[in-house]
Write a protein that binds this ligand. Structure first.
Ligand SMILES: Cc1cc2nc3c(=O)[nH]c(=O)nc-3n(C[C@H](O)[C@H](O)[C@H](O)COP(=O)(O)OP(=O)(O)OC[C@H]3O[C@@H](n4cnc5c(N)ncnc54)[C@H](O)[C@@H]3O)c2cc1C
Length: 445
């Protein structure tokens, strides 16, 4: 690895600099899915530090990885021989406008910190399902969480963002200030600059009803159809992720409806959740009243394997698709399949108003196949056979749930019109494509 001279950086950068021979390097180079060998890791304290880091990276021709929570499913937040701009120190969570519930959040915060802090104000944001996922990466992709049906995507609550662009400008972007950039960062990922802060309109949320309902794996097709019908009839306060699991950690294959009812009225919650207790044989019902912050869980990925993750949206969860799922999933061996029922608030926003374009969807399917770390292409292809049977039913995909990052993935995430518009915005804000460690949109010609 070519050493970099950090003398100039030290003069203007007031955050932390971590080099390969520092003790902190071993931890700093790791991501949720793997490790890299960056030439340097910097932890800016401010947007001004980010400007200096970007200028330093460009003058030393360093590949730039941006990191907020480090949970990129494709491992983009680390690299070999480049720089990691690690935003974990920029992690404040403040209520800046009590009347309108506007919260200002540093992108390096974790969603655990956000949920825990907002709870003190009786507020919450729909984020994701996991505590340690970062604000930056999740929100820039869209954000599909436990209250998606009631409040939409995470970006649907976004009011403003502070972004450092490739030319070192710190821009406040809103619906009226740099609206093209504001449109692009709501779904376009880390293509357009380093976002340091977001301002969201949080929602009043207190206790919720949440937990898993575990079913006997008797008739998966009937179970899934019952779940779909119950979801179609239910209040949008209820968001459910249905998990179809193979044999895992020594347990037999299982089917789980993981619920979050975003309200504290027990009668209303039971009315919404009750039908899910009648769709199959319930082995365990763990739904209880709890703080929204306690709904988020720390992920525990199985060790010694890697996850091949892919996904797709469906506009109608048809009987035909459910039969295809039931014939290929929930076996002794095979992928974990998540079905996230998303129909609700996000459908009522025009598809062209954010770079996240798949607003017509009813359900998102996420497949995770676990293969050996050194799996061959043949082994990976084999593991993907169940997905290949159901992917023809999908239309479009969520950019944040891919372990690969090829042209097909980018095309699935961004329909042609969205892609063209993103490429035009890219040309304005990052014409040299220095932010390319992502689901990359090269600048338009
Ligand atoms: C265990 C697990 C659970 C998940 N659950 C959900 C879920 O429920 N809902 C959901 O929507 N998604 C979920 N995801 C997907 C998640 O949204 C993405 O992996 C996301 O990229 C992680 O964000 P991060 O900040 O932790 O990641 P990072 O690895 O830090 O960032 C990922 C990429 O985003 C870009 N980026 C990050 N921060 C910035 C920034 N501040 N400025 C510019 N670009 C930036 C960069 O390109 C970076 O490489 C989950 C992922 C995992 C691993």
């Amino acid at each position: 690895m070519k050493p970099v001279n950090i003398d100039t950086l030290k003069q203007n950068f007031f955050g932390t600099i971590i080099m390969p021979n520092d003790d902190a390097y071993e931890q700093a180079r790791k991501s949720y899915v793997g490790s890299g060998s960056p030439a340097i890791v910097v932890r800016p304290n401010t947007a001004g530090d980010v400007v200096v880091a970007i200028q330093f990276a460009q003058s030393n021709s360093l590949v730039i990885s941006i990191r907020s929570g480090g949970h990129s499913v494709a491992g983009f937040c680390t690299n070999n021989g480049g720089i990691i701009i690690d935003l974990s120190v920029i992690n404040s969570v403040e209520l800046i406008d009590k009347q309108n519930n506007i919260v200002r959040i540093g992108t390096g915060a974790t969603w655990k910190k956000v949920a825990g802090t907002l709870q003190e104000f009786g507020l919450a944001l729909s984020s994701g399902d996991s505590t340690s996922v970062g604000v930056g990466g999740l929100a820039l992709g869209g954000g599909i969480g436990w209250m998606v049906r009631k409040y939409g995507l995470t970006i649907d609550s976004l009011k403003a963002a502070e972004t450092v662009t490739a030319d070192g400008k710190i821009l406040r972007t809103t619906a009226t200030e740099y609206p093209d950039l504001f449109w692009a960062i709501r779904g376009g990922g880390g293509n357009f600059g380093v976002v340091t802060h977001f301002e969201f309109a949080a929602k009043p949320v207190g206790k919720v009803f949440s937990g898993m309902i575990i079913y006997a794996m008797e008739n998966l097709s009937a179970l899934l159809k019952g779940w779909r019908d119950a979801m179609r009839a239910s209040s949008e306060d209820l968001t459910v992720m249905f998990l179809v699991m193979p044999s895992f950690f020594g347990n037999p294959p299982s089917a789980i409806a993981w619920c979050c009812y975003a309200g504290d009225d027990e009668t209303a919650a039971m009315k919404a959740i009750g039908p899910l207790l009648k769709i199959g044989t319930v082995v365990q019902n763990m739904v209880v009243k709890k703080n929204y912050a306690d709904v988020l869980e720390e992920p525990h990925p199985p060790e010694g394997v890697k996850a091949i993750v892919t996904n797709g949206f469906v506009e109608q969860l048809s009987d035909e698709l459910i039969d295809a799922i039931a014939s290929t999933h929930g076996k002794e061996v095979g992928p974990v399949l998540q079905l996230r029922y998303v129909k609700g608030a996000m459908n009522r926003i025009d598809s062209g108003s954010t770079a996240f374009a798949h607003r017509g969807s009813e359900t998102m399917l996420v497949s995770a196949s676990f293969v050996p770390l050194e799996a061959t292409k043949t082994e990976i292809d084999q593991a993907m056979i169940p997905w290949k049977t159901i992917s023809p039913f999908t239309k479009g995909a969520y950019v944040n749930f891919f372990s690969s990052a090829n042209k097909e993935d980018v095309a699935a995430a961004y329909p042609q019109e969205t892609y063209n518009r993103l490429a035009a915005v890219k040309k304005i804000y990052d014409p040299k494509n220095i932010f390319n460690q992502n689901y990359n949109i090269p600048p338009a010609d």
